[in-house]
Write a protein that binds this ligand. Structure first.
Ligand code: FES
Length: 462
């Protein structure tokens, strides 16, 4: 068999050459032979993914640029026009199946191309290179769905930078972050203009970033039983469910769920509360504050704190529930206490569950909750309760940039509570509504959405 020159190159040299190719070229190379196909799926070639730009022929592949870099206005306008055209075509296609109707439109075909690219990545590329991916930029994508984002996040457990600006995703996109440390390496998340997300996303994010509390000092007293294995009854005041790992010399984190004394709500009750928020059977009501100190339009509804999706019981708008400890004094967040049995060589590492292939990894607790950039600009469904959920599990000690412009339901008190656990926050990178009397009012930057035109802002139209 006669070999050509290029096939005789050692794999490391070939890999070096592949680094100069565009994602499109790499796709072609992967079809040459089995060994090339294996080489083109090396993680080092796919650290930074820009599918929205790639679908339009812009094959950038370096790390994302400056944090404050605003995209070109013309580029944003083109993406919005494409999105509108695709949406109209998609709705028409549902009615008369006339898929041919808009096939000639450049805008529609570009979005279709982007959708094919995303599906291809999820199906063929990410299962191989997902753990190596550091950045994914999906800003202004008209094709991405919550399901796609959910798949991408579960395949890329070591993500550092995620940009979902101006997409139609919902809370379900972040389902894979529902375990502690699931996105523990995340440093940058941009959810600007994601109008469908609610406090639930912030709850998942906060949990996924990991736990920074001193694990050896539980916050609530727990009566540990004498035996090594125990299963307490659910609903008990101090219900315990924990198991000891194999071998008594191994450090094993235990999860002890401290549940509310109330029994879990009946599923029919919950359905009834949703239909009729005023007639919440089985719920406890706390008395309204004596003076008018509460800045929120809450109704004192207290739900069973052990139910994972409890924020959903609270309807938005008139009855939006702030979550302030001062106005909702009887509320207790669901608490997870982790205790660590001392290892003979010292308890310095926390074992967390990994979402991707390879499954288990060990992380230093100090490397968790590394978030530096968070933008919720225009996410008008977020309330003080979401900010509180975000500040749980050890706060955000590295957060420098926080954009809450257009978050119309938050208050100064909620902001204050969050800022207290963000010691690195820089005032020039701290944005919130001009009409909120919040922390660092003199030095913080104001609302960024005043001139935006397409993101929520209480001053739009003035
Ligand atoms: Fe109030 Fe923009 S949200 S000024």
């Amino acid at each position: 068999k006669k070999l050509d020159h290029i096939s005789q190159l050692p794999p490391e040299v070939l890999l070096k050459l592949f680094q100069y190719l565009t994602p499109e070229d790499l796709g072609r190379c992967s079809q040459v032979c089995t060994s090339w196909s294996r080489l083109t799926k090396m993680g080092s070639l796919w650290k930074h993914l820009y599918p929205v730009r790639w679908a339009r022929g812009d094959y950038c592949c370096g790390p994302p640029g400056d944090l404050d870099e605003e995209p070109d206005e013309e580029w944003v306008q083109s993406r919005q026009d494409e999105g509108r055209a695709y949406q109209e075509w998609d709705e028409d296609a549902d009615v008369d199946e006339s898929e041919e109707a808009g096939a000639d439109s450049v805008a529609i075909s570009v979005v279709q191309r982007e959708k094919r690219l995303l599906n291809g990545m999820i199906q063929y590329l990410l299962p191989a290179v997902g753990p190596s991916v550091k950045s994914i930029v999906l800003a202004y994508s008209s094709a991405v769905s919550s399901k796609m984002v959910r798949q991408i996040l579960s395949l890329c457990p070591n993500l550092v930078h995620l940009d979902l600006t101006q997409t139609d995703i919902t809370d379900s996109a972040f389902d894979s972050w529902e375990s502690a440390g699931a996105c523990g390496l995340l440093e940058h998340i941009d959810l600007s203009g994601c109008e469908n997300i609610t406090n639930l996303t912030l709850e998942k994010l906060s949990l996924g970033l990991g736990e920074l509390r001193d694990l050896r000092k539980p916050e609530v007293p727990i009566n540990l039983p004498a035996g090594p294995d125990c299963e307490g009854g659910v609903g008990a005041r101090q219900a315990l469910v924990f198991k000891r790992g194999p071998g008594s010399l191994v450090s094993v984190p235990m999860h002890v769920w401290v549940l509310d004394p109330m029994p879990p709500p009946d599923i029919e009750d919950v359905a009834e509360w949703r239909r009729n928020p005023d007639g919440r059977r089985g719920a406890q009501f706390s008395p309204p504050p004596a003076s008018g100190v509460c800045c929120c339009r809450r109704r004192g509804f207290r739900t069973n704190s052990s139910t994972p999706c409890w924020p959903q019981y609270v309807t938005m708008g008139e009855s939006a529930w702030c979550g302030h400890s001062s106005c909702c004094g009887v509320w207790e967040a669901p608490r997870t206490v982790e205790t660590l049995w001392e290892a003979p060589m010292g308890p310095s590492r926390l074992r967390t569950k990994c979402q991707g292939p390879g499954d288990q990894r060990t992380r230093n607790p100090e490397s968790l909750r590394r978030l530096r950039f968070l933008s919720l600009s225009g996410c008008f469904r977020v309330t003080d309760l979401g900010l509180r959920l975000l500040s749980q599990h050890g706060g955000l000690p590295h957060l420098k940039h926080l954009n809450l412009s257009g978050c119309l339901l938050i208050t100064g008190m909620g902001l204050q509570e969050l800022v207290l656990v963000c010691p690195s926050l820089e005032d020039e990178h701290f944005y919130y509504c001009n009409n909120i009397n919040g922390p660092h009012a003199d030095t913080a930057s104001g609302c960024q959405n005043l001139q935006c035109g397409f993101r929520a802002c209480c001053c739009s139209g003035e």
